[in-house]
Design a protein around this ligand. Sequence first.
Ligand SMILES: Cc1ncc(COP(=O)(O)O)c(C=O)c1O
Length: 369
Amino acid sequence: MSLKLNKRVEKIRPYIPGKPEEVLRRELGIDRIIKLASNENPLGTSPKAIEALKKEITKSYFYPDDTYYSLKNKLSKHYNVPADWIILGSGSVELIKMAANLVLDEGKYAIVSKNSFLMYKKVVQEFAGDEYIIWVDTTEDYEYDLKGYEKALNSDKNISILFIANPNNPTGSYIPAKKLYNFIKNTPEEVLIILDEAYVEYADAEDYESGLQWIKEFPNLFLIRTLSKAYGLAGLRVGVGFAQKELIDILMKVRLPFNVSRLAAVAAEAAIDDKDFLELSFKTNKKGKEFLYRELTNIGFKVFPSQTNFLMFIPSVNPKILIKKLEKEGIILRPLDPFEIPEAIRITIGTMEQNKILIETLKKILKEF
Ligand SMILES: Cc1ncc(COP(=O)(O)O)c(C=O)c1O
């Protein structure tokens, strides 16, 4: 390659998402595919959002309103946050990238937890370089280790950003509110804190709390949500970021114009209004999670508690072989070697029908080992 690539790019590996349904269908030539690999909503998209999409589709030739006035006002009321404390992204991944773009550079470090969402590593590689990542190990149970973060903050490195997913992907673990709040309070104001709450709508532990209202207190806190999970809009790409106006204004400098499509914006508005869909999504997930937790444990797998719409488990057999065998049966799960937990597998909670098929198929396959 004769291009004059910047040296950071060489170290970046393209993101490998969960295997798409279409790919396996092509590979196997079978119709029934159950994809439980990308933490999508198994109930699909809110009917209200679908209605809104149908109405808007004929306006697709128009650019969106780049101020996103209507959607931001809806979000402002819904979350009780001023509209100018909100920024939208093409999925929350774009917001993560914008934040990294603001503060990272060669020589500036980022704190990233091992066994967490892969995008954090990727954006640091892109804007600073691989060598500027300070990795913090997770605990024995693969939980975030805030003590490790504190230690990194107290080092002599020039740290500009840190990333926290709460609850975490792919482990499903969470950080209790008090602990996280105290950590944020003790973090120097010049360090940008990314608090990623992609799975907040599923979390119901007594000591879990969203950090949304904390943004009033901490000018360096950027809180990120997504409509890809509980709101069922993964295919449309809508992320929502919250921070004090001053930080939002700086983030706006690196935002691409029209970064949320017209269709995505109207669907997001309708989805936010669809309380029934959200409630059904939560209940279906909770029931499915309890079912899968029990069944997978009974099968003899080590299953980790989860505050999300997925479970991480360590199977009693080789995970790679197990995943391959399941794929042959049309079921897609997520291998966790990219997350550096090669011994484990992640499964998105499906509909009860999907969950039951998964368990039956697993039992059949395990006899072959
Ligand atoms: C922790 C976490 N953050 C962010 C995202 C990105 O979601 P999206 O870009 O679809 O909003 C995901 C997706 O899996 C995630 O697990």
